[in-house]
Write a protein of this length. Structure first.
Length: 280
């Protein structure tokens, strides 16, 4: 009896069933994304180097056992600065995406539910903003309000509210006249209750995909603004700023740009693969 029990095959444990349903490419992308985020979260804390410590004697040294990605113009360890800058980048990305998704969803929800004049006025404002290049909107906001992390968040948020509101409006209009929404109206439920308890939950699949798209665009635009010197200011590490600082040394010290560039490409690529998995 004991032997039969020992030979009895084990049933597969229900561990990460959603992960097993992903395609191989999406599984790899998710794994790389988790590893990168974990490295960014704990890497600076366990690194033997300080991201801000200047060591002129170590300046512009290539990759080695001591410095895996080499050192920059001021002798700072590039790997440590990439990981430290990742904290800033991911934090700003999360804040900007959440802000843009919240405001854009509210506008789209109101337009999809109310229709009429409210929809016409709000959507015309969004259309005007959509007619402008997104980076130009950010530059205008930064020119008016100056530099700073709070202004940077505002610029990225204003940049992405119009496309998010368009997507949210379309999703809201698709559910605004479904039977359960009409039933809520017949029960004389409040408009806010109908929008947030009846319509919004049924818009979440579309909004989830849109949020993933905004994450990718936010990462790229933060890097672009940092490269132009309009994002995070030195000496705070930032991927776009690090690429900008490496611009004059691409032939003599190419390792200066490899780390931050690889981090941006890897992060955006993994997010896009996962978004593609959700939409197929």
């Amino acid at each position: 009896m004991v032997a039969e029990t020992l030979r009895k095959p084990r049933l597969p444990l229900p561990v990460f069933p959603a992960f097993r349903r992903l395609s191989p490419a999406a599984q790899i992308a998710l794994g790389l994304l988790l590893v990168l985020v974990a490295m960014i979260a704990i890497g600076p804390s366990v690194s033997p180097y300080d991201a801000f410590n200047i060591a002129p004697a170590e300046a512009l040294k290539g990759p080695s056992v001591a410095h895996w990605l080499g050192t920059d113009l001021f002798g700072r360890d590039i790997l440590t600065r990439v990981l430290t800058g990742g904290r800033t980048t991911l934090t700003l990305t999360a804040i900007c995406t959440l802000s843009a998704m919240t405001l854009g969803t509210l506008i789209g929800l109101v337009c999809g539910y109310c229709g009429g004049t409210v929809d016409l006025v709000l959507m015309r404002v969004m259309d005007v903003l959509l007619a402008l290049p997104s980076l130009l909107i950010a530059l205008l906001v930064l020119a008016v309000f100056g530099s700073g992390l709070d202004v940077l968040v505002l610029a990225i948020t204003v940049m992405f509210v119009p496309p998010v509101s368009r997507v949210a409006r379309t999703a809201a209009m698709q559910v605004a006249h479904l039977p359960f929404v009409d039933a809520a109206r017949l029960r004389n439920e409040r408009a806010l209750g109908i929008m947030f308890y009846e319509m919004l939950p049924n818009m979440m699949p579309v909004l989830g995909v849109e949020a993933g798209i905004r994450v990718s665009y936010t990462l790229l635009n933060l890097a672009a603004l940092g490269f132009l010197g309009l994002g995070v200011q030195p000496p705070t590490p930032d991927w776009g700023l690090m690429i900008s600082e490496a611009n004059g040394f691409l032939t003599t010290a190419p390792w200066l740009a490899i780390g931050p560039t690889a981090a941006i490409v890897l992060l955006v690529l993994c997010v896009n693969i996962l978004i593609d998995e959700l939409t197929t």
